[in-house]
Design a protein. Structure first.
Ligand SMILES: Cc1ncc(COP(=O)(O)O)c(C=O)c1O
Length: 439
């Protein structure tokens, strides 16, 4: 077959070479990250085979701009029905008056809510970065892009959380349009009730970003902010909630629900990647049936991992508070080559983590912070429990404390992982229970 070689600047580009590279790297990625590594990235998870099946459908190739049953395109009757049913199901799980599934990511969910609640020039108070704020809550991210001014709430070092008294004072002084709680790096629940009361007393709304803990919330292992005064909750659908990559918004305030719904299209998404919806529906059903057990095991595993790491000599953050109540564990690796080097060494051993700022790090330290963030939700989904957390802690210690060659540890990681390749907490083989519960 004749092969066309394209010219790209001075580079000659061979299409067959790209195709070969694509297939090869995809195969390698699947083997590496699904079968040969210990994945501890706290923002990731895997879908069940059934959700994956639902994901790979014709919906993936279609458009459905606008709201269900009011689309700008024909051919949307099935997605209309499915989107409404899935939103209602998830709304009932979190006691919301409405759920929006159209934001294609957590960041876009935040953008839609922030934009409706404030005009450019208005103020928002946010949990400080030390208490886990995500970049989208800040002037460097979505908040800044929308022209909304960021006012940080104070941090309480002892409780590793937002300082409630100081925060109430600032909310009363600043009178923001909204207050943001929830975050990316947090071990303990933020004080929703106290700050919701303060926000409401000055006419502000409380936005809770549950991107990380949404699965723990629906599984009952983390306080549901909507039952503690939050007006709206944004989330990713792919972290502790193990669905397809995407976002959602859940509301307790019907007016806000209507206002935000009007803006998602056309302000933030055109098409909303329809194949996410059936996969999210399958995941929601799985979480309704198995979420409690899954979420409780995640939190127990995170605590065990923290304790085991500490017993092996690591400086694990939050000992005086019981280390963690989420899926995350934070480790101070300042004495072990700092975050960047430690994360790289672990990657060479097929243990995948991310370097992370710790509460005392200045923002400039982002490229080489003092910590590592470890999340256990994905390994839990593959059936790991306390014993496995102990083994993971030992593998990490061999690389970072005993300074063994990562290649040597990698062999043992690959061997270890062989027993944990099946996704658990799913409904396969459990259809009878599912049908009973769904009646
Ligand atoms: C608290 C928080 N909010 C929002 C996001 C953004 O979510 P997404 O990656 O779905 O845009 C993240 C991502 O990790 C996050 O941690």
């Amino acid at each position: 077959m004749r092969v066309h070689i394209f010219e790209y600047g001075v580079i000659r580009v061979d299409p067959w070479k790209l195709l070969k590279l694509t297939l090869e790297k995809t195969r390698m990625q699947n083997a590496w990250r699904l079968h040969e590594s210990i994945n501890l990235i706290a923002s990731e998870n895997v879908m069940s085979p059934l959700a994956l099946k639902a994901y790979l459908s014709d919906f993936m190739d279609r458009y459905a701009e606008g709201k269900p049953f009011k689309r700008y395109y024909q051919g949307a009757k099935y997605i209309d029905e499915l989107e409404v049913a899935t939103a209602e199901f998830i709304a009932s799980m979190v006691r919301a008056v409405g759920v929006e599934l159209r934001p294609t990511s957590g960041t876009l969910a935040n953008a839609a809510v922030f934009r409706v609640l404030a005009e450019p020039g208005d103020k928002a108070t946010i949990a400080p970065v030390q208490a886990g704020a995500h970049v989208s809550h800040t002037k460097f991210g979505t908040l800044g892009a929308l022209g909304i001014k960021q006012v940080d709430l104070p941090y309480d070092e002892e409780n590793m959380n937002v300082d409630v008294d100081g925060a109430v004072k600032i909310i009363e002084e600043v009178k923001p349009k909204f207050v943001v709680l929830g975050g990316s790096v947090y071990l303990f629940p933020h004080p929703v009730r106290e700050l919701a009361d303060a926000a409401h007393s000055v006419g502000a709304k409380l936005v809770y970003d549950a991107a990380h803990v949404f699965g723990l919330i629906v599984g009952g292992a983390w306080r549901n902010p909507l039952e503690h005064g939050a007006d709206v909750m944004t989330a990713s659908t792919h972290k502790t909630f193990p669905g397809p990559q995407g976002g959602l918004i859940a509301f307790t305030d019907k007016d806000l629900y209507k206002k935000v719904s009007k803006t998602i299209f056309p302000w933030f998404v055109s098409n909303h990647h329809l194949h996410r919806i059936p996969a999210t529906a399958v995941t929601a059903v799985e979480m309704a049936l198995k979420g409690r057990e899954y979420a409780e095991t995640i939190v127990r595993n995170a605590k065990t991992l923290a304790e085991e790491l500490a017993a092996l000599g690591f400086k694990v953050i939050g000992e005086h508070l019981g280390y963690t109540r989420s899926h995350q564990v934070l480790v101070d690796v300042r004495d072990l080559g700092r975050g960047a080097k430690a994360a790289k060494l672990l990657e060479e051993a097929n243990i995948i983590v991310n370097k992370n700022l710790l509460p005392w790090d200045p923002p400039e330290a982002v490229k080489d912070p003092s910590g590592l963030r470890l999340g256990v939700q994905e390994m839990t989904r593959f059936g790991m429990g306390r014993d496995e957390m102990k083994q993971i802690a030992e593998l990490i210690a061999r690389v970072l404390i005993k300074k063994e060659e990562p290649e040597k540890v990698r062999k043992d990681v690959i061997e270890f992982r062989k027993n944990y390749v099946k996704v658990r907490y799913t409904v396969e083989g459990d259809l009878d229970t599912m049908l009973d519960l769904l009646q």
